[in-house]
Design a protein around this ligand. Structure first.
Ligand code: ZN
Length: 204
């Protein structure tokens, strides 16, 4: 399926502790690799604590590992752990979490993920204030001079992806936009194509 369009596999890990839901762990990530998935796997940890999971997912073949600053006692240490394991590191900010968390760790992140819904469940609507926050995050990244991706997760669809890109995002997570449609290769390819078409219109 992946050859039909998406570049990266976004992997949502929920623990029924940091977020009120339960999904998948490192064994499933490992199984994807053994199945032959070559794309980058972007592991979004919604777990508490995080440090043990960093090592487990690095061994399971993760490419990126991101976590929520509220879920770890020592953000700088957790970010360093990810890079020491040979993965790309990142922080995830929920809609109400301040960009200030990034202030002293810009040299330790490869990716900043802004959540445009509250973490825990699929199918939620995009929270509009995320656009303002994306613009602020884009300014931070540009001022830092570091090569950092700006990712958005939650409620992204063909209808809003252009405005999200114009606000500064360069990496887009799509769940329901793809999965609500019939789960066929054609429907998937059509949705991704639609989103890429909208992205091409973005003035950035
Ligand atoms: Zn996610």
């Amino acid at each position: 399926m992946l050859d039909a369009g998406a570049d990266v596999v976004h992997f949502d890990v929920m623990d029924n502790h940091y977020v009120p839901n339960l999904t998948i762990g490192p064994m499933v990530c490992d199984a994807l690799r053994k199945h032959g998935v070559k794309n980058d796997i972007d592991v979004h940890l919604m777990v508490q604590p995080v440090d043990q999971m960093i090592g487990d997912f690095a061994k399971a073949g993760a490419s990126y590992i991101t976590f929520h600053p509220e879920a770890t006692k020592h953000v700088d240490r957790s970010l360093s752990l990810i890079r020491n394991e040979g993965c790309k590191s990142g922080l995830v900010l929920t809609p109400s979490t301040s960009l200030d968390y990034l202030r002293y760790v810009m040299d330790k992140v490869d990716i900043i993920l802004l959540m445009s819904v509250n973490p825990g469940f699929g199918g939620q609507s995009f929270i509009p204030s995320t656009l303002t926050k994306l613009k602020e995050a884009r300014k931070l990244i540009d001022a830092s001079g570091f090569d950092i991706r700006l990712q958005v997760d939650g409620g992204v669809s063909p209808a809003n992806i252009q405005s999200i890109a114009e606000a500064g995002a360069d990496m887009f997570v799509a769940g329901s936009a793809i999965l609500k449609n019939p789960r066929t290769k054609d429907a998937y390819a059509e949705t991704i194509k639609g989103m890429r078409g909208e992205l091409a219109k973005a003035k950035v």
